[in-house]
Design a protein around this ligand. Structure first.
Ligand code: KG4
Length: 340
């Protein structure tokens, strides 16, 4: 049987990435991150698209080189169509269209969120390669999303709960910014939290019906708490940053896990995965192991390299679509907002 070799391209936010997947096995995954945004405390869309422009050709070149694959061997090009920043998406989308057209091979559009979920199916040479069994629940948590996804098949996903305001990563990043920890604050909060007391402070937890989330109240509660404490103790943040980080992280993790447990219980599902940038968080990862133990869940936690944006997940999603001949036409537009 002829090999199926997919080039994946991801450019939805501030990471330019290309990956090569052969018959579902990852051969290379190159990610160029953009440090330029750190100075601004968040991603600057115009700077992001310019950096993608500079990075996309060398990143694709490097991915093919590391994979030992000539471009003529490719079966198809899979790209992130959305959701994401329009200017960033357009760079990857335009490159993918031009490249596929020049090579005379099919184009495959991938929903970025599908990619995050399907990252659990990336096989590595010599790896353990265990995958969730359908149907499973996936907690998708990133800077832009907080969702509980019911995954019935590779191409059948349903959002059963999601945030009605801020995403979990956004709330953590904003709290970190208030603490003067820079951007993105998630990894710093994680590091500090490991040395702090998660029960030191209590912050407001939302009361939302069903499986939906809300994180804007927590953000405000954190802000007001700091404002009050700083009145009496101007160096309060510096003196208590570990406890603040640990308590904030514990609240976010508790909120995320409470709803996930409710969904798993109601739907009688014990296969539970986590995906997206915030799945790198150690507190959340520990909670997954704890819940596996307590509730008999089989949990799937991605390798760190697959938590943040990467093209390997786009490549694997493209691989599944290729098998069903789900190709797209060259006039397909990018979408800044798309549901699962
Ligand atoms: O999926 P992702 O790379 O892309 C966006 O949605 O933008 O997620 C980025 C988010 C940011 O909010 C970042 O602070 C958060 O993931 N993040 C973390 C950790 N690593 C990244 N949050 C908590 N702990 C971490 N270790």
């Amino acid at each position: 049987m002829k090999d199926i070799i997919i080039l994946g391209i991801e450019s939805s936010c501030d990471d330019t990435s290309a990956a090569v997947i052969r018959n579902g096995v990852l051969l290379s995954n190159v990610v160029a991150s953009q440090a330029v945004h750190e100075a601004y405390g968040g991603v600057v869309p115009e700077l992001a698209s310019r950096a993608h422009q500079q990075n996309v050709v060398p990143v694709v070149h490097e991915a093919l080189k590391r994979a030992g694959i000539a471009k003529e061997q490719l079966s198809a090009v899979a790209f992130t169509r959305g959701p994401g920043l329009m200017g960033s998406l357009l760079v990857g989308v335009s490159f993918a269209k031009g490249f596929a057209r020049a090579l005379g091979i099919p184009l495959i559009d991938v929903n970025h969120l599908h990619g995050h979920v399907l990252a659990h199916f990336i096989d590595e040479e010599g790896g353990e390669n265990v995958h969730p069994q359908f149907p499973f629940l996936c907690l998708l948590v990133s800077g832009g999303n907080s969702q509980i996804v019911l995954v019935k098949a590779y191409n059948q996903m349903e959002i059963i709960g999601q945030t009605i305001d801020d995403a979990a990563g956004e709330a953590i990043d904003k709290a970190a910014k208030v603490m003067g920890l820079g951007y993105p604050g998630g990894p710093v909060i994680d590091r500090l939290a490991r040395q702090g007391n998660p029960k030191a402070y209590r912050f407001a937890k939302p009361h939302i019906a069903g499986y939906d989330y809300s994180f804007s109240g927590l953000k405000t509660s954190f802000l007001y708490f700091l404002r009050d404490r700083l009145k009496d103790e101007p160096d309060f943040i510096e003196q208590h940053k570990e406890d603040l980080a640990a308590s904030l992280e514990a609240t976010v993790v508790e909120v995320l896990m409470d709803k996930l447990r409710k969904a798993a219980k109601d739907l009688h599902i014990k296969e539970v995965a986590v995906a997206g940038g915030v799945s790198a968080n150690n507190g959340l990862r520990n909670a997954f192991h704890d819940y596996a133990h307590r509730y008999g869940w089989k949990v799937y936690i991605p390798k760190l390299g697959y938590t943040t944006d990467n093209a390997a997940m786009i490549g694997i999603a493209g691989y599944f679509k290729y098998q069903n001949k789900e190709f797209c036409t060259i006039d397909l537009p990018a979408y800044s907002r798309v549901e699962l």
